[in-house]
Write a protein that binds this ligand. Sequence first.
Ligand SMILES: Nc1ncnc2c1ncn2[C@@H]1O[C@H](COP(=O)(O)OP(=O)(O)OP(=O)(O)O)[C@@H](O)[C@H]1O
Length: 378
Amino acid sequence: MLSSATTRVAETRTEARGCALMLQGVGHSFGATVALESIDLAVARGELIALLGPSGCGKTTLLQIIAGFLQPSRGAVSFDGVRIDRTPANRRRIGMVFQNYALFPHLTVAENVAYGLRARKSPGAMVKQRVAEMLARVQMTSFGDRFPRQLSGGQQQRVALARALAIDPVLVLLDEPFSALDKNLRLDMQIEIKSLLKSCGVTSIMVTHDQEEALSMADRIVVLNKGRIEQIDTPDALYDAPASLFVNGFIGHANFLKGRTSPQPGTIALDAGCALALAGTAPPPAHRDVMVSIRPENLALVSDAQPRSIAVTIRVVMPLGAFSVIDCVTASGEAIKVSQSRAAWSGRPGDAAWLVIQDISKVHVFEATTASPSIARA
Ligand SMILES: Nc1ncnc2c1ncn2[C@@H]1O[C@H](COP(=O)(O)OP(=O)(O)OP(=O)(O)O)[C@@H](O)[C@H]1O
């Protein structure tokens, strides 16, 4: 009979075989600074993962550990079930795309793409064929003889990706890949690079502090905060069911209103002066201070009081094309933003109005007092 330790090792190997990259208890400290606590993450083959979080949360440290530029202080990194945390970076077959592209300025586009293959001593004919293949893939065939300085930001980005993919990597790591591009080009490049990575079927991990970028690109997002994982989920699940107040505030826009749970199960008295009847099956306990999160698009402004509506005064109306963002204030002094079709609201600053919650099941309630608030879904 197997001991429990042996069984656990066997289970771990089986789990590891089912995914491309596995991090188990990975932590890192720079002297007294704990950059990463204990990260557990399993990435499936072909998956595109975004590491998302505010400045200093440990994204770059984690990426460097995966790339092999940094040895973790604790834990194990495996690829296809094999430990790689002692494998040097140049033997991991990982393609990197950096923030500033990091193309070699003295090499042509074709030589840049060929660089990793030549470093691996691939035969000349094979290098030539692979470079042509990669340049065609990123639609840069006619740019092979140019130097990086003769390219636009978007074109340099494509070359950087072609160079990363040329070595037929098991993993592609992208470090803030769009931050040097202007806003208009950024969305086009996000679409292009996502479809390229997906068509190659390569497993990819992208670091970003831009939540919209993570939401639009990734299959799953790892939200990091102070060196710890707050939540790993699909973009939709993170938006619709945030596991903590931090995730709720970090992903998308949210209004947070103070309130207190009433003795009747599932009822909350808002400081803003109305009572909410929650729709979920797990209401928070009675007599607790709570934070109620309501997304701006889950509110509608109306000009007459309705049952369970929140009385507000309009402060600012910001027309944003088809939609307007309307900034209001409650009688208790709390600010609330509403996102509403421009045609649906014609009020002006100073007007009294009422807010109606559109879908109570999309309202989230967090206990206000704990450092790591537990969620009670409305
Ligand atoms: N070489 C280093 N020496 C000491 N502390 C470091 C070093 N590198 C990072 N840190 C610290 O480790 C923590 C995590 O840093 P890291 O660069 O991984 O964060 P990040 O999420 O990538 O931040 P940013 O988005 O600003 O790049 C921070 O507190 C940072 O100050």
